[in-house]
Design a protein around this ligand. Structure first.
Ligand SMILES: NC(=O)c1ccc[n+]([C@@H]2O[C@H](COP(=O)([O-])OP(=O)(O)OC[C@H]3O[C@@H](n4cnc5c(N)ncnc54)[C@H](O)[C@@H]3O)[C@@H](O)[C@H]2O)c1
Length: 311
């Protein structure tokens, strides 16, 4: 019988692209999502959909029937909210994820690809950031992601559950419709489309590593043959100033951008750029989409969503 891949959080921004990538490769795919932030319409029609939480012990055991691999993307992922509700973030990103892991152990599912984050590094000691660099998260969200990586290490060494944690840097692309919108690219594109001033923190002088969502989705399937306990940075490997992104968006939209200075913000490292040599060496993955093409595709997506909402 064909084995199934379970995608947790598959109705969300990144998870929906991972689901689509797996379906395109002819895999049998099941999605579990409680739609707290995701959307049913984003789930590929070829995938089976279950509306529920990874923290529901009985449900998750049933959902794991016939599954050989889990792609775990379900999480609370809005950094800003993790300051207001740290317990909720630890509960969902650690306790609920542990329910999933225990169910995997019980059902003999021995492989998980886990969404981690550049947020585990905190303020980096050097750029580009290597996987072995110090990890001192400065947000409850980052701490929750690092804790779960450590739990996965223990589940490999203690119980043989193999895992690959992918530490995404700044993901961008179509379907980032999380509400409320907190990420720069979708906020800016909406502001540009509405002819409003663009809100800019730190005068745009932060450096970030933006990686296109379809490249991230490809990384999930690229690491499937790997064995053991692994961690990888997932970025483009190039740092860009936030003002560079604005300039590209101005060119793509052919609109002059007016800036609203938002000052400084807690939980924002100055520079985050990934060293991606480890994943390139091990599986040959690189981010193929250049920033301007990725931003153009993203802009066109939001433009069509915006137009259809106006109708
Ligand atoms: N977007 C980024 O830039 C970024 C960067 C680093 C890491 N990540 C990680 O990538 C993953 C996906 O993030 P995203 O940007 O697609 O966010 P998202 O909010 O769009 O997707 C997360 C999905 O998980 C679902 N979910 C949350 N808790 C759940 C639960 N208990 N049970 C079932 N479903 C649940 C939500 O409804 C949502 O559909 C997350 O683990 C996030 O921490 C994202």
């Amino acid at each position: 019988m064909k084995k199934t891949v379970l995608v947790t959080g598959g109705a969300g921004f990144i998870g929906s692209w991972v689901t689509e990538e797996l379906c395109n490769l002819g895999r049998s795919v099941r999605v579990i999502d409680n739609l707290s932030f995701g959307f049913r319409k984003f789930v590929d029609k070829r995938a089976e959909f279950i509306n529920g939480s990874i923290g529901d012990r009985k449900l998750i055991e049933d959902v794991l029937d016939g599954v050989d691999t889990v792609m775990h993307l379900a999480a609370s992922s809005i950094i800003k909210f993790s300051f207001n509700k740290p317990e909720e973030y630890f509960e969902n990103n650690i306790t609920n994820a542990l329910v999933l892991l225990e169910a995997m152990r019980k059902k003999g599912v021995n492989k998980i690809v886990n969404s981690s984050s550049a947020a585990i590094y905190g303020e980096p000691v050097s750029i580009p950031i290597e996987e072995a660099d110090p990890k001192e998260p400065i947000t409850p969200y980052g701490a929750s992601k690092l804790s779960f990586e450590n739990i996965l290490s223990s589940y490999y060494h203690s119980f043989g559950i193999e895992s690959v944690s992918l530490r995404y840097f700044n993901a961008y692309g179509p379907r980032d419709e999380q509400q409320p919108t907190t990420r720069a690219v979708p906020i800016w594109i909406r502001q540009i489309l509405k002819g409003k001033p663009v809100s800019l923190y730190w005068k745009g002088k932060q450096v970030r590593d933006y990686v296109f969502v379809k490249d991230i989705a490809r990384a999930h399937t690229a690491v499937l043959p790997l064995r053991g306990f692994r961690v990888y940075n997932i970025g483009s490997g190039d740092g860009v100033l936030m003002t560079d992104i604005l300039q590209s968006l101005s060119k793509i939209s052919e609109k002059k951008i007016v800036i609203q200075d938002m000052g400084e913000r807690k939980g924002d490292p100055k520079k985050l750029v990934a060293d991606i040599s480890r994943i390139r060496r091990d599986v040959g993955w690189i981010a193929k989409t250049d920033l301007v093409s990725g931003l153009r595709e993203t802009y066109e997506y939001y433009e069509s969503v915006y137009k259809s909402n106006l109708r």
